[in-house]
Design a protein around this ligand. Sequence first.
Ligand code: 6SG
Length: 209
Amino acid sequence: MAPYTITYFAVRGRCGAMRIMLADQGQEWKEVVINYENDWMKGDLKATCVFGQLPKLQDGDLELFQSNAILRHLGRTHGAYGSNNKEASLIDMMNDGVEDLRLKYGKLIYQEYDTGKDQYLKDLPDHLSKFDAYLAKNKAGFLVGDKVSFADYSLLEVMLNHQVLCATCLDSFPALKAFVAKMSARPKLKAFLDSDDWKKTPINGNGKQ
Ligand code: 6SG
């Protein structure tokens, strides 16, 4: 039986990175897909969620909310949280940087897609350059240390979304572009990214991408 269950809406949204991570780590998981209008708005699930929101990860008797806490839990469980405390702290720092960009992206998609896309794409190189410079310092090809971490999965997922938003957005950032290519080519991850489970699930809940 799959040890993990993810409960979420029928989008990648805040579950893209954790799914990528589980797939790359060779884990199986079950998906409970929640329909927004009926299950969520009219059902009683929301009241059982610690912050009234999804996603939820079930790991045995542990029920966990908050997507970044879930990434950290999986990172701790599967050895994707650095090799020592210092690396773990740097991984936290980089994941918080990814979260900042994820929030900006979410604001664009859900609040200002029609009015703010030009400005967003003008500002984007400044944000991407920071990840590019950080990656360029580490010859191992990961954000931190010599093995993959949950922050790498989160950065990869946000970058894949940005390549859909703007296919050429990584072209001026060789380290970031190489990171995306190398991560996406990891065999288990590649198989997942090529699957219908991934490809047919919309990136966002409002159809914009
Ligand atoms: C929405 O915000 O997709 N959870 C969301 N929405 C329902 O009643 N800090 C935490 C975390 O990191 C944020 C959780 C997050 O885990 S995810 C939630 O629970 C609520 O608040 C973003 C996302 N939004 C699109 C969406 C899909 C289903 C509901 C919202 C379909 C599309 C738009 C509405 C219906 Fe839709």
